[in-house]
Design a protein around this ligand. Structure first.
Ligand SMILES: Nc1ncnc2c1ncn2[C@@H]1O[C@H](COP(=O)(O)OP(=O)(O)OP(=O)(O)O)[C@@H](O)[C@H]1O
Ligand SMILES: [Mg+2]
Length: 257
């Protein structure tokens, strides 16, 4: 089957190893993200997913290996890749517009210009009219979208999302999934998503990396078919259940699933 995804990697991690206090947390991890792809990173708690994101975003330097953005090395250099943290998110004492435009301001863009640029996307991100609110006035889903907008504006077309949807109820989650895939396409965004939610990973991903072990390693790379755009009620198909079974077996070989 022909997939419409291009093979041009926007982000590549090569042989990343990282230790903290003499303990190896992740070992020899190589992953890549193609243009327009959504790739999930799925693994048990403590397998080093957030640590890998810290390295990919340049917030931490690896002990070994390198990170490339469109072929250019960015290892240990923050500011190139948009990173939405596992724990939120928005600064309480700043208005939404200033929260969202903050990364641009930090990069040296004038405040008014940054606000104007950010404002252009408010409708697309479903938060039009909230510019002058403080985060506490927004619902969880709206705060999530504001944080996603901030991540997008901080990035050069690449977003790393660390469990962005985990706090949402099932209905809101479903709506945000659909919306996010639409936005990704419209604004040409490529995404790596960390999630604990196996269903979410299968439904949203072009490919899934399964991380296991201590130190954490990539145990499996699993392309998900049919291609995203051809999926209809995917979660009701036997194909979906087979992926789920396989993933659960890999993550927990001793489980009774
Ligand atoms: N800054 C740090 N200093 C020391 N140890 C750290 C640091 N950051 C992470 N670790 C350790 O690395 C291991 C992996 O943590 P990490 O947060 O990367 O896992 P994770 O896969 O994201 O887990 P979760 O799914 O629970 O978010 C943990 O044992 C953690 O204690
Ligand atoms: Mg984590």
């Amino acid at each position: 089957m022909i997939t419409c995804q291009s093979d041009a990697a926007v982000l590549e991690a090569e042989h990343i190893t990282k230790s903290y206090d003499g303990r190896t947390i992740i070992r020899d991890i190589s992953i890549h993200l193609n243009q327009g792809e959504l790739v999930s990173l799925l693994g048990l708690s403590g397998s080093g997913k957030t640590t890998l994101f810290q390295v990919l975003s340049g917030l931490t330097s690896p002990d070994e290996g390198r990170v490339l953005l469109r072929g250019k090395e960015i290892t240990g250099q923050p500011g190139y890749v948009g990173y939405m943290l596992q724990k939120d998110l928005l600064l309480k004492h700043k208005k939404i517009i200033d929260n969202v435009s903050l990364p641009m301001v930090l990069k040296g863009v004038k405040k008014e210009e940054a606000r104007k640029e950010a404002k252009r996307y408010f409708a697309e991100f479903g938060i039009d009219g909230t510019e002058d609110f403080y985060p506490s006035r927004l619902s969880g889903g709206m705060r999530q979208r504001a944080a996603l907008l901030r991540t997008y504006l901080a990035a050069d077309g690449v977003a790393l999302l660390d469990e962005p949807f985990s706090a949402l109820d099932m209905i809101t989650k479903g709506q945000i999934h659909k919306w996010y895939l639409g936005v990704m396409e419209k604004i040409r965004l490529s995404t790596i998503l960390i999630t604990h939610d196996v269903d979410e990973a299968i439904l949203l991903s072009d490919r899934i990396y399964l991380m296991t072990g201590n130190p954490g390693e990539i145990r499996h790379e699993l392309p998900i078919l049919p291609p995203r755009k051809e999926r209809r009620e995917f979660n009701l198909t036997t194909g979906f259940l087979e992926y789920k079974k396989r993933i659960l077996e890999i993550l927990d070989p001793s489980g009774n699933e």
